[in-house]
Design a protein around this ligand. Structure first.
Ligand code: GNR
Ligand code: NI
Length: 175
C-alpha cells in the first residue's frame, strides 16, 4: 500500500530483537503489503519488518526473476529448526547497508517453521538462494546483520564508512 523509508545502518533500531506477532489480524496484512512494496521499490529480494521500523517477527521474500510474475511470500514468526553442517558461501548485500557486498558463509540447507496469514503453521526445507535469504532475514529479527558474519577488519571498515556517512548527513541538515 505504501512505500516506507528504509532504516539505514548504523540506526540502532537494526540491533533490536523483534517481538513475535501476537494477533493475526488485518494490520499484519497491511504491514506485510507495505514491506513488499518498499522491498520492490528498492529492488530487494527480502525484507524484515524492522527495516521499515516495526520490531515484529515478520518477513517477506520474492525471489522471482524481474521479468517474471511476482511471487511474494510472507513468513510470520519464522523459526529455524534445523541447519545442515554443510556450508555455502554467497555474496550478500542488505538494503539497510546500501552498496556494500561481501561473501558470507552460512549453512547450505535449513528447515524453517512459520505461520501463514490465516494462522496455519508451516514447515519448509530450503537451500540455494532461498536458504541464504531466509537466514539473512531471520538474522534481522534477532538484531544481527550480514556484516556480523564477515572478518573484523572488513566489518570495522564498513562501520567507519557508515558512521561517517551518518555524520555528514547530519552536518548537511545543520548547515
Ligand atoms: O535484496 C537483498 N538481496 C540479498 C542478496 C544476497 C543475500 C541476501 C539478500 S537480502 C537483501 C534485502 C535485505 O536487506 N533484506 O534484509
Ligand atoms: Ni538485510
Amino acid at each position: 500500500m505504501t512505500i516506507k523509508p528504509l532504516i539505514i545502518f548504523p540506526n540502532p533500531l537494526l540491533r533490536e530483537v523483534s517481538k513475535p506477532v501476537a494477533v493475526f489480524d488485518d494490520r499484519i496484512v497491511w504491514l506485510a503489503s507495505d514491506m513488499l512494496e518498499s522491498m520492490y521499490h528498492a529492488s530487494g529480494i527480502g525484507l524484515a519488518a524492522i527495516q521499515i521500523g516495526k520490531p515484529l517477527r515478520l518477513l517477506v521474500i520474492d525471489l522471482a526473476d524481474k521479468d517474471k510474475p511476482k511471487k511474494p511470500q510472507i513468513f510470520i514468526n519464522p523459526e529455524i529448526v534445523w541447519t545442515s553442517d554443510e556450508r555455502n558461501v554467497y555474496q550478500e548485500g542488505c538494503l539497510s547497508i546500501p552498496n556494500y557486498y561481501a561473501d558470507v558463509e552460512r549453512p547450505k540447507k535449513m528447515r524453517l517453521t512459520y505461520f501463514e496469514r490465516d494462522g496455519e503453521k508451516q514447515e519448509i526445507e530450503a537451500e540455494g538462494l532461498l536458504a541464504v535469504c531466509l537466514q539473512h532475514e531471520v538474522d534481522h529479527l534477532n538484531g544481527i546483520l550480514f556484516i556480523d558474519h564477515i572478518s573484523r577488519l572488513k566489518r570495522d571498515m564498513v562501520i567507519r564508512k557508515f558512521r561517517k556517512r551518518a555524520r555528514d548527513m547530519e552536518e548537511c541538515v545543520a548547515i
